[in-house]
Design a protein. Sequence first.
Lengths: 110, 463
Amino acid sequence: MDIKAYIALSLTLFTIGLIGVLVRRNAIIIFMCIELMLNAVNLLLVAFSKMHAASPAVKALPTYASDAQVFVFFIMVVAAAEVSVGLAIIVMMYRNIHSVDVNFLNRLKH
Amino acid sequence: MNSIILSALLGVLMMFSGAFVKRTTLSKYFAFVGLAGLFASSVYELIARQPFFHIDVHDMVHTNNFNLAFIAIVLGCTLIYFLLNGSEIEKVGAHVSEYYALIFFILCGISIAATFNTLLMLFIGIEIVSIPLYILTGSDKRNLKSNEAALKYFLMGAFSTGIMLMGIAFIYGGNPNASFFIHNLEIGSGKMPVMIAVGLVFLLVSMSFKVSAAPFHFWTPDVYDGAPTVFTSFMSTIVKVAGFFAFIRLFESAFGVVQNQWQSLVLFITAATLIIGNVTAVFQQSVKRMLAYSSIAQAGFMMLAIFALNNKAKEGILLYSAAYSLATIGIFAILTKMKDYTIDGFNGLAKEQPLLGFAGLIFLLSLTGIPLTAGFQSKFFMLMAAIETGHHYWIAVLAVLLAAVSAYYYFRVIQAIYFKEPSPEGVVSGKLSSVYKLTLILTVILIIIIGIYPELIIGWLYS
């Protein structure tokens, strides 16, 4: 398939995530939207890796355009670390105010 | 190299000491000794140019005088931070050694973010800095403001990480060499390929988020205000200058050849940061919140280095890191001892505690940029770097004018310290330890020495 299709798909996913972060009020949903953004990047990286691997200049390289695929694993690991901290923060907030609504976040503005 | 490995090891050691050592003062001393060793090892590496460990990292991290000197400055400032805030960190919660462990992990992330040579290491370094910071921000678990700050910081941080990764992906796609190495991007000095340009804008936005440059600064005041004051002190100084260092390293090594194509974007961000930071700080009543806005204003000055990207800018960012961190850590250390965080809370501080009053005076003068302090030299180098570019002189004029505005809100605190009567209940809470007082004096002396002999820091670039 053409690389443009992959770019379009992953940019669509990314934009859905971005809009979700901006308009949703539930902390968990915002969080899922951020994960969607990260996964759109994963998809794009793998697609680019395949695209580069097809070019003859890259075929001669020792890494053979596999860097991006390794990068995807790093993103997954870091995203998992972020989830563990982020969910802990959300649980901590839920314990205190019994809600995960981010409208609560306007308390600091004065 | 030394600091990356040793700080990670020290972080793990501190976590174990938290499980086995019950006395919190013991872990405080342990953390301090560990950090002193870390500082010594980084200075040794800077002088001898020889790390303790020879690890084949395939050139994924690269050390030179510039970033080794920066790491040494950061570790030195953290040492002063530990000395000044040891007793305050104990007050935040029961998990003292874990807080120290997290700070060591952040230092590891800073070392990676300062020496990275591929976009992968940039991403990992910035994440290792950010994730422990989310925890530190929320460490005051019962306090709603701390909860709120942690959640806001976390959501904004993760969001900007997503944007950064998208930028990295596009740069990879546009790079015919199919690699993440920043010196291997093959941009050429002509018009940038579309994918590289898109990636550059994404990276610029996400790095601006991380260093809280306008118009991506909106999370900063709330997060800095809500976090426990000791940790605000850490993240508004050491973490922020590390973000700037990574920003400069990225834009210099990867996109330096096409500087003329993105310079106007950075110019816009710089001007917006300077104006918004300085003008909003004028209206603040709480000193903590004022310092949050002042950190945005100072970020505007540091953005001048990214605009200029010449030798003076490199010298300037080293000086600025030291001057800004020392002065802000100092003023936060005084703030933590106050009963009342409003400007009126500082009334008559000099009458009750002459030493604190005088130290506060020097720190605020340095932040304003009065001659004979380090703040003056650092601002001077930044302006010189901006002028040496030979165009867009108006940004230097704007920066000077807004530095004059900043004098208003800094001097308001000085006025409260020296020319108002203290309230009868007293201004300062608790007793001040002699370590605290001595470190405060040391910080004041350092600020004045750097203000007179900036070569002490700049010299490391060329040794």
